[in-house]
Write a protein that binds this ligand. Structure first.
Ligand code: C5P
Length: 220
């Protein structure tokens, strides 16, 4: 499957999300909803994206006792998101509970990925690999990672293990607060299944045009 672009809808409310979707729904298939927007707008924003034919990655990074995460996972699946995530640090019982919960919603199970180590925290490649192995052993579909780790992770965990890579910056964009950045083309070459791009598209004078440029750059 070719690498997919996911646009991070990092805006504070449903109104602004609607404006982003007005501009991007024709050119972009996947949208990421994080804590800020979901806390403000809730399931309505998921429905808004789905009504326009988009797919949703719900980035809430569940991390709690297994029973609670199972319930959250079932709710996410029932809401109709195509992908959501948990913290690998929550442990294998918690990750298995996420899979079990999401499988109970009576809809095709969404893709479930895990955050290994937050980019704001220092981690060795060994730690990332150890956590990624426990993610796979728990039956999840993949991890969020830097495209710089993609070659190693695909080699160690197999090509079917999905890699979702933020920290992407086209050559023409501002780097913002992302340090270890990779271009869309290099992320595709490294084996990313999805790239997550926020500000280079949202903050562009013409977001639709910026998204098209990123997609062209991905295709090479
Ligand atoms: O604007 P920018 O392209 O930096 O947005 C990247 C998105 O990916 C943000 O929503 C950010 O929270 C998320 N993210 C990240 N690094 C991670 C995990 C998630 O930048 N390790």
């Amino acid at each position: 499957m070719p690498t997919e672009l996911i646009v991070a809808v990092d805006v504070p409310n449903l109104d602004q999300a609607g404006r982003v979707l007005d501009r991007l729904a024709d050119s972009v298939r996947w949208f990421k909803i994080g804590m800020q927007l979901f806390t403000a707008a809730g399931p309505a924003v998921v429905r808004e994206i789905r009504a326009r034919g988009g797919k949703v990655f719900l980035d809430l990074k569940f991390h709690d006792i297994p029973n609670t995460v199972a319930g959250a996972a079932e709710s996410a699946a029932a809401l109709g998101v195509e992908m959501f995530n948990v913290h690998a640090a929550g442990g294998e019982a918690m990750m298995r509970a996420a899979v079990a919960g999401a499988s109970q919603a009576g809809v095709p199970r969404p893709t479930i990925i895990a955050v290994t180590v937050l980019t704001s925290q220092a981690a060795t490649e060994d730690e990332v690999l150890r956590l990624a192995r426990s993610v796979k052993a728990s039956g999840l579909d993949g991890v969020v990672c830097s495209a710089r780790e993609a070659v190693t992770l695909k080699r160690e965990l197999g090509t079917d293990f999905k890699l979702v890579c933020p920290g992407i910056r086209p050559a023409w964009s501002e780097k913002g607060d992302q340090n270890r950045i990779v271009t869309p083309r290099d992320a595709v070459k490294a084996g990313a299944d999805y790239i997550v791009v926020g500000r280079p598209i949202l903050a562009a004078a013409n977001p639709a045009e910026a998204a098209k440029r990123v997609i062209e750059e991905m295709r090479g």
